[in-house]
Write a protein that binds this ligand. Structure first.
Ligand SMILES: Cc1cc2nc3c(=O)[nH]c(=O)nc-3n(C[C@H](O)[C@H](O)[C@H](O)COP(=O)(O)OP(=O)(O)OC[C@H]3O[C@@H](n4cnc5c(N)ncnc54)[C@H](O)[C@@H]3O)c2cc1C
Length: 332
C-alpha cells in the first residue's frame, strides 16, 4: 500500500516575548501564501500551558487552523520534550511543509526535529517560494560563507523544513473577525528532558530601536577602531537615526550585540541607510535589503556593497564622515 500524501503547511508557533518577537506572525503571512499556491491549509502549531489566547491571535493573523497541545508539562520550552511531541504530530498528520523562526529556540529545536523525521532542513532562509512546475518549496539561504544565495529543495522527504530569519516577511494586520478552526489533538505527554529548568529570568530589554528607525547608519570593520565607530553616533544623531553594526564590529567589542544587522542579527527597513566601511557580504546585506535608499562609503571601488547601493562614495570613511558631520552641523 502506498504512503498517504502529505498536505498542509505548518508553522511552529513561538509565542515567547509575543509583542517583540513577530517572526511567527510573519511566517503565518508567508505560510498562507505558500498554502494557497499548494491549494491547502495553513496550520499554526502551539505547545504550552494555558495558551488559548495565542491560538486566537494566530487565527486573527491569518491561520486557517491552530493546533493546540495544552499541558502543564509544556509550560517551558524544553527541547527534548518538544521534539518528541512535535515529531509524533508530524508523523500523525503528515504536513508537506513545516516552518519555524530562526530564533534561538528554532535554531536548536528544528535541526533535532528534522533529524528525528529523517528529512532535510534549510537554516536561516531569506526567501521561500513554490516552484510552479514541481510544486516543491524553493528555500533560499546564504551559503558558502555568504558568497552565494543557494536555492535548496527537498524533493523526496517530508516535510520540507526551513527556519526563517525574523524580519524577512511582513505580518498581516490583526483581523478580529477572521475565522479559523482551533483543534486539540489527543496526546500523552511524557516529559523526559535531561535539562531541568530551575527558574527563568527575563533578559533586560534592549534600548536600541533599530527596526523602527527611519535612518540607520551602519559601521563595519573598515572604520578601523572603536573611536572611529563612535563617530557614527554623531551622524546618526544629526539625521535622527540609529546606529547598526556588522559582525566584525561586534566581535571587536566596538558595539553591543543588539546593534548587529544581518543573517544572525536584526533586519531593518529604514527610509535611508548609510553603510560605512562594510564590504557588503551577503550575510550582512540580508539584514538591510528592505531599506528604501542605501548610501555606501568604501575606499575600494570594487567593494560588493556598491552593487546594492543607490549612491556610492569611494574614499576614506574617516575623512568623509568628518566632513559630512561638520557640514550638517553648520546647516542645522
Ligand atoms: C554563518 C555566518 C553568519 C554571519 N552572519 C553575519 C551577520 O548577521 N551580520 C554580519 O554583518 N556579518 C555576518 N557574517 C560575517 C560576514 O560574512 C562578513 O564577514 C561581515 O559582514 C563583514 O563585515 P564588514 O563588512 O564590516 O568587514 P569586511 O568584510 O572586512 O569589510 C571591510 C570593508 O571596509 C573597507 N575599508 C577598509 N578601510 C576603509 C576606510 N578607511 N574607509 C572606507 N572603507 C574602508 C574595505 O574596503 C572593506 O570593503 C556571518 C558569517 C557567517 C559565516
Amino acid at each position: 500500500m502506498s504512503e498517504p500524501r502529505c498536505t498542509g503547511v505548518w508553522i511552529f508557533g513561538d509565542y515567547r516575548n509575543y509583542f517583540q518577537n513577530r517572526v511567527t506572525l510573519q511566517l503565518i503571512a508567508k505560510g498562507r501564501d505558500l498554502a494557497r499556491k499548494r491549494k491547502t491549509e495553513l496550520t499554526a502549531l502551539v505547545l504550552g500551558d494555558h495558551i488559548h489566547q495565542y491560538a486566537m491571535e494566530y487565527v486573527a493573523h491569518g491561520a486557517d487552523v491552530v493546533m493546540v497541545v495544552d499541558h502543564a508539562d509544556l509550560r517551558n520550552y524544553q527541547v527534548e520534550t518538544y521534539t518528541k511531541v512535535v515529531a509524533r504530530l508530524v508523523t500523525r498528520y503528515r504536513p508537506e511543509i513545516f516552518l519555524a523562526g530562526a530564533t534561538s529556540f528554532g535554531r536548536e529545536f528544528f535541526p533535532r526535529l528534522a533529524k528525528r523525521l529523517r528529512t532535510g532542513l534549510s537554516a536561516d532562509c531569506v526567501a521561500l517560494e513554490i516552484d510552479p512546475e514541481t510544486g516543491l518549496m524553493i528555500q533560499t539561504t546564504p551559503s558558502f560563507g555568504g558568497e552565494l544565495l543557494a536555492e535548496v529543495v527537498t524533493p523526496h522527504h517530508r516535510p520540507q523544513m526551513a527556519t526563517v530569519h525574523p524580519g524577512i516577511f511582513e505580518e498581516r494586520p490583526h483581523n478580529a473577525s477572521a475565522v479559523g478552526r482551533v483543534v486539540y489533538p489527543e496526546m500523552d505527554i511524557e516529559p523526559d528532558d535531561r535539562v531541568q529548568i530551575i527558574r527563568t529570568k527575563a533578559e533586560q530589554k534592549g534600548k536600541v530601536k533599530l527596526e523602527d528607525a527611519e535612518v540607520v547608519v551602519v559601521g563595519g570593520r573598515g572604520l578601523g577602531s572603536k573611536e572611529q565607530f563612535q563617530r557614527l553616533f554623531d551622524l546618526a544623531e544629526l539625521l535622527g537615526g540609529e546606529v547598526g553594526a556588522t559582525r566584525p564590529v561586534i566581535l571587536a567589542g566596538w558595539a553591543e550585540e543588539e546593534r548587529l544587522l544581518g543573517q544572525t542579527g536584526k533586519s531593518v527597513k529604514p527610509k535611508l541607510l548609510i553603510t560605512v566601511g562594510t564590504s557588503g557580504a551577503l550575510q550582512y546585506t540580508t539584514g538591510i535589503q528592505g531599506s528604501e535608499t542605501i548610501i555606501a562609503i568604501n575606499r575600494d571601488p570594487n567593494a560588493p556593497v556598491f552593487r546594492m547601493a543607490d549612491l556610492g562614495l569611494v574614499g576614506d570613511a574617516r575623512t568623509i564622515l568628518g566632513q559630512w558631520v561638520e557640514k550638517l552641523r553648520k546647516r542645522l
